[in-house]
Design a protein around this ligand. Structure first.
Ligand SMILES: Cc1cc2nc3c(=O)[nH]c(=O)nc-3n(C[C@H](O)[C@H](O)[C@H](O)COP(=O)(O)OP(=O)(O)OC[C@H]3O[C@@H](n4cnc5c(N)ncnc54)[C@H](O)[C@@H]3O)c2cc1C
Length: 232
């Protein structure tokens, strides 16, 4: 990772090739790369052996690994399985098997999930940091000119080629009164401290539907608000 306090040079170890980027990069100079990849979600998977001889900048402003790993497909599916288990007594009774749900331990479910996911993200980050040809820049990137990217305190990156894998992010709808209440998004709801007694889910897409199933199964009273404005 390049930070404002590091000097923009790669560490070298026994048997590893070191190369040094523009000295003083953090003081306004520009570092040039063969390839610059923005985002560590699916874009991170592009960087395989074919790019081993390329000088690559990998820029990530959030959690390493992107949406699917950290706040998307993977954790949601890990919440869905316990939700399906919690709802099993209903259909099981119709088959002549009487089960009883004794409780749902939200903290245990949440901690198991992120206890597995967070180390994967961290390992991926460390692996890239140790790479000889890739410089991981943990900053938000903004294009400031043709093939020129401002990466905050880390300086400016130019590159022959760019891959933009910046994904998407939750949009806060313009709903009257929303600003006066505490609300969560799909990025934050999975790390709640406690299971809420009730919840209004604004939206009618698959993400909303999935969270409605999960929280309902865990015992939260869920209302889904999915009119055309909300689900846009
Ligand atoms: C709750 C939820 C459940 C989902 N479930 C499924 C599912 O079951 N199946 C499925 O196929 N899809 C699912 N998705 C969608 C899937 O997660 C996304 O389509 C996919 O992760 C997008 O990948 P990406 O690489 O395009 O972007 P991302 O994975 O979002 O990666 C983009 C990265 O770029 C970084 N970034 C953005 N802007 C900048 C910047 N200016 N500078 C530096 N870095 C930047 C971000 O921090 C992020 O890490 C789900 C999404 C959500 C939110």
């Amino acid at each position: 990772m390049v930070s404002p306090t590091s000097c923009g040079s790669k560490q070298s170890g026994p048997g590893r090739t070191a190369f040094v980027f523009a000295v003083g990069w953090q003081h306004g100079l520009v570092a040039h790369f063969d390839l610059c990849v923005i985002g560590t979600g699916s874009a991170n998977t592009i960087l395989n052996r074919r790019f081993a001889k390329h000088k690559v900048a990998l820029v990530e402003s959030g959690r390493f690994g992107g949406t699917c790993l950290n706040v998307g497909c993977i954790p949601t599916k890990m919440f869905v399985y316990p939700a399906d288990l919690a709802e099993t007594p209903g259909p099981a009774a119709g088959l002549g098997v009487d089960l009883e749900l004794q409780g749902v331990r939200w903290e245990a479910i949440r901690d198991r999930i992120f206890g597995r996911i967070d180390p994967i993200s961290e390992k991926g980050k460390v692996w890239r940091e140790k790479s000889d040809n890739i410089t991981l820049i943990s900053e938000e990137a903004h294009f400031v000119g043709p093939r020129a990217l401002d990466v905050g305190p880390a300086g400016t990156v130019t590159a022959d080629r760019f891959v933009i894998g910046a994904g998407s992010r939750p949009v806060i709808p313009d709903l009257p009164g929303l600003g006066s209440v505490r609300y969560l998004t799909s990025d934050t709801v999975m790390r709640l401290d406690r299971l809420p007694a009730s919840m209004i889910i604004v939206g009618g897409g698959y993400v909303a539907a999935e969270f409605a199933h999960v929280f309902h199964a865990y015992g939260t009273a869920v209302t889904v608000e999915a009119d055309q404005t909300a689900s846009r």
